[in-house]
Design a protein around this ligand. Structure first.
Ligand SMILES: CC(C)(COP(=O)(O)OP(=O)(O)OC[C@H]1O[C@@H](n2cnc3c(N)ncnc32)[C@H](O)[C@@H]1OP(=O)(O)O)[C@@H](O)C(=O)NCCC(=O)NCCS
Length: 163
């Protein structure tokens, strides 16, 4: 559990499956991230649970402290093929524009640098995802290289210290 001024970050759990499907099912949200069927969301939650067990990190649900509402997820995901840990952020559209993504991802990054043996973290951002680029820049990420993610061109950003 990570607590910030306005947010609680807690590990995702199997009961979050419907919230995860709904989050990724919103057309405003899935412009640059994939949708999940119920089964795919269950599989994602299972692989996340395994990553927590094997590597000590994974995804967090983001909840508003004031109401307990689930507003999205942030977290760290190890890419075996890259040998790098990605920090990701996805919020419900109703929660955009309040600084919650930067607050949640920033806390997660601080936790990652303090807890894990990683010299940097990456963020993979699809071309045109300007809101996400702004989050990355506020956190101190800078462009590292170009790549292709699930067939879509992206820029891989990197951060090696807290902003
Ligand atoms: C990427 C995403 C999380 C960014 O959300 P966001 O609301 O723009 O980002 P933040 O929560 O950090 O909020 C920052 C904005 O809130 C504003 N804001 C309002 N009140 C604020 C406060 N109290 N503190 C900080 N910022 C505040 C800021 O000015 C900023 O606006 P700006 O970027 O237009 O200048 C969101 O667009 C999203 O979920 N997209 C879909 C999923 C996705 O693409 N994820 C990324 C994949 S790489």
């Amino acid at each position: 559990m990570i607590e910030t001024e306005r947010l609680l970050l807690r590990r995702l759990r199997a009961e979050d499956v419907d919230a995860l499907v709904a989050l990724h099912g919103d057309k405003r949200v899935n412009r640059f991230v994939s949708t999940y069927s119920h089964q795919q969301a269950l599989e994602r939650l299972a692989s996340d649970k395994q990553q927590w067990t094997e590597r000590g990190h994974g995804l967090f649900a983001v909840e508003l402290k004031s109401s307990g509402e689930f507003i999205g997820r942030v977290g760290l995901n190890y890419w075996e093929i890259l040998g790098e840990v990605e920090l990701g952020w996805i919020l419900k559209a109703e929660a955009w524009g309040h600084g919650y993504a930067t607050e949640a991802a920033g806390a997660c990054l601080e936790w990652g640098f303090a807890t894990l043996d990683a010299d940097h973290f990456i963020a993979m951002i699809g071309h045109g995802n300007t809101a996400s680029v702004r989050v990355a820049e506020r956190l101190g990420f800078t462009p590292l290289r170009k790549d292709v993610l699930f067939g879509h061109p992206c820029t891989v950003y990197s951060v090696d210290q807290l902003a």
